[in-house]
Write a protein that binds this ligand. Sequence first.
Ligand SMILES: C[S@@+](CC[C@H](N)C(=O)[O-])C[C@H]1O[C@@H](n2cnc3c(N)ncnc32)[C@H](O)[C@@H]1O
Length: 343
Amino acid sequence: MAGALGSVGAVLPRCSFLLNPSRTLMRPTKPSLAAAIRASPSPTTATATIGANAELALEAKVESRRNKLACPICYYPLITKNDQNSASTYGYTLECNSCKKAYLNNETYIDLTVAGGSEDYSETMPAATELFRTPLVSYLYERGWRQNFVWGGFPGPEKEFEMAKDYLKPTIGGTIVDASCGSGLFSRLFAKSGMYSLVIALDFSENMLRQCNEFIKQENISKENLILVRADISRLPFSSSSIDAVHAGAAIHCWPSPSTAVAEISRVLRPGGVFVATTFILDILPSTIPVLKTVRQYFAQATSNTIYLSEGELGDLCRACGLVNFTCVRSGPFVMLSASKPR
Ligand SMILES: C[S@@+](CC[C@H](N)C(=O)[O-])C[C@H]1O[C@@H](n2cnc3c(N)ncnc32)[C@H](O)[C@@H]1O
């Protein structure tokens, strides 16, 4: 067991403050530390005070990041154990305090799917989820696939990012989950922007997360405030009311059950937290033709895939899941929507 879980700590500690506490301890930029240096009469006392203060600050920072991750079964925060028997480089194990399930990671991401780590059990998701798990689609995604969305009115990641930032203003400084991040085009932009204290790049696809990690390395992006998590949108590994913002680019139409997904997003958002998403919209087809709705329902049943919703349905979906202040902007089939958790 310990062997199988050996690398569990290797992802959390990839946040370099966990990996190398001295890096954080030595940072001279904090005004409180500088003030402590100036106020202290003796260099030895000053060093000790700095050390103690910084250690407390570090512990609080590490603890608050750990607390963001929860068991996808119980929704209780995961605890990081100093496991001396673990083969993990840093001796950390992520474990649910309630059901005691331990969660695996590899070099790239923490696997917080419910079935993650099962040896015999596996299940197939609907086609729109499985498609993105393939190595080929994950590789091609930012190498042409995503660019094609321009034909559906998507303005392109940079412009979409700027638009999303407007909605996200009330959540600056907090934690953002880039849900269904794919190869991480927005997770990387959020991490580089410094807007958030923590960016969680989350996807169900192992290969998308690997691609995301590759791009992070290529672009030399610090992982101090960025973690990669494998999870199902219908079972988010966060405690209720613990997240400031959820962004989901071009993903709602890929989710097996948009209502379960948005309900989960609503659950994890704190009061006043913001949900921003883009998707393709369907109501360019006349909604007055009932047969279209019926055909769509049959198609969805037969393929177990959701197809594109209308603006009215998207608003209804958000409200049904307890979100308020629904608003959206559109350009052809492209829509960016936002809604928030009531205060
Ligand atoms: C079209 S890509 C969007 C990627 C990126 N957010 C963007 O804006 O281009 C849709 C993503 O949804 C993810 N996805 C599909 N089903 C999911 C599920 N059940 N849970 C989490 N992510 C899922 C896929 O793996 C894929 O990466």
